[in-house]
Design a protein around this ligand. Structure first.
Ligand SMILES: Cc1cc2nc3c(=O)[nH]c(=O)nc-3n(C[C@H](O)[C@H](O)[C@H](O)COP(=O)(O)OP(=O)(O)OC[C@H]3O[C@@H](n4cnc5c(N)ncnc54)[C@H](O)[C@@H]3O)c2cc1C
Length: 380
């Protein structure tokens, strides 16, 4: 077992770190306050190749491995989890989904724009009555020969207003239950496609989360992904990889908060000495460091499983479950290490604490990850 990263991996990590420091850090507090989408920053990330890292170079992708992707996710998330969720959805849900299951025409038309950052993607599965229970899809797409007619509402859609292309999951045949579900590429601006108001969120406030309403939207048949009835499997396979990205996001949020707490402990004095010299603080740092390293190993294991072509449903679920808990624990302790300063925006740790919570909710809650893990370990 080799725990060393390659030179290329180190370069990718450094590039993401530099970008986070130079391009994301300035304005991150303001964007969070104003709930402002990082438009310029995402455009630049696209130009630098961070929006389609793992996709096939034939369609403008970086052809990189999952390890490279999680390294970039960790570094970007240390500073700005709102920007990193846009990167995550675009890379592991939209680009990976299209690259793996789309046909050549779909990839040429859509993937090439998504990998370059010219267009942004969204993944639309959740509905008001279909969150954890994603099989309860109420959105319908009725077959009309050369096209489908799409009706229904999706909610909580990341990049809801910023995305140009939406991968929409809908029921095409209710009798067939989850085997009667399909995935479609839907373009922003198509007649009958409305974008609902922006959610006013606790964290990742720079990302735009919206409900989407489809009223008799005509979707050409060539925009269906895969064979008829493949949609549910498409969503589950795609989310399985997406979880590795969110686990890396959680890891980054934790590591970012830890780095700030470590530095602060070396400068802030109480009772005549730097607070790092109080064992209560030093032990907090020791716990944080250990938890982060354990989370990193789980994230890397899941990424390596995926890169090796091994099953990553279990390792991805464990990585997300654990890293998101670490993100909550570490960010809370980082606020504590900062004392009163931890409670105000300019010190960044309160934002990271708010951002951490979502990693236990989206792309499958922690309870759903435990269902995935327990079912796997309990099966014969
Ligand atoms: C900011 C944000 C961004 C999001 N982005 C997207 C996106 O881009 N695309 C998308 O499709 N969705 C997105 N989501 C939706 C997200 O994936 C769902 O919110 C999540 O899957 C949970 O679904 P729910 O909110 O309906 O909760 P529910 O399913 O109603 O769950 C409520 C509670 O019950 C628990 N629970 C439910 N079923 C079980 C069970 N069987 N056993 C034990 N506990 C259970 C849950 O874990 C949770 O604690 C986003 C959500 C948020 C908040």
């Amino acid at each position: 077992m080799d725990f060393k990263l390659t030179e290329e991996h180190e370069m990718i990590r450094q590039a993401a770190k530099d970008f986070a420091k130079n391009e994301l850090l300035p304005g991150v507090v303001e964007r969070d306050n104003k709930q402002e989408f990082p438009t310029e920053q995402i455009k630049k990330l696209g130009e630098l190749g961070f929006m389609g890292m793992m996709a096939n170079p034939e369609y403008g992708g970086g052809g990189m491995d999952t390890v490279s992707y999680v390294l970039a996710m960790e570094e970007l998330s240390k500073i700005d989890a709102s920007a990193s969720v846009v990167v995550s959805v675009n890379n592991s849900l939209v680009c990976w989904g299209l690259d793996t299951y789309g046909n050549h025409e779909q990839k040429e038309k859509y993937l090439t724009k998504l990998t370059s950052g010219e267009a942004i993607g969204a993944f639309c599965l959740s509905e008001p009555e279909a969150g954890s229970d994603a099989t309860s899809q109420k959105t319908t797409a009725i077959d009309h020969g050369d096209h489908y007619i799409l009706n229904g509402t999706k909610n909580w859609i990341t990049n809801g207003n910023s995305a140009d292309y939406h991968l929409v999951i809908a029921q095409t045949d209710r009798e067939k239950k989850h085997r009667g579900i399909n995935a479609f590429i839907v373009e922003k601006g198509w007649e009958g496609f409305e974008i609902g108001p922006k959610e006013d969120k606790m964290g990742i406030r720079g990302s735009d989360t919206h409900s989407l309403i489809f009223n008799d939207v005509k979707v050409p048949k060539e925009n269906r992904i895969g064979e008829d009835g493949f949609g549910f499997k498409f969503a589950m396979k795609t989310l399985s990889g997406g979880r590795i990205g969110i686990a890396a996001q959680a890891l980054g949020i934790a590591a970012g908060a830890y780095e700030l707490a470590l530095e602060y402990s070396k400068t802030r004095k109480a009772f005549g000495t730097e607070i790092k010299n109080h064992q209560a603080i030093a032990f907090k740092l020791a716990d944080m460091h250990t938890q982060i390293e354990a989370a990193r190993l789980l994230v890397m294991k899941a990424a390596v499983d995926k890169d090796n072509g091994d099953n990553y449903d279990l390792s991805g679920a464990m990585a997300k479950l654990y890293a998101s808990q670490v993100a909550m624990d570490v960010t809370t302790e980082a606020v504590q290490v900062h004392g009163g300063n931890g409670y105000v925006k300019e010190y960044h740790v309160e934002r990271l604490m708010r951002d951490a919570k979502i990693t236990q909710i989206y792309e499958g809650t922690s309870e759903i990850q435990k269902i995935v893990i327990s079912r796997t370990i309990l099966q014969d």
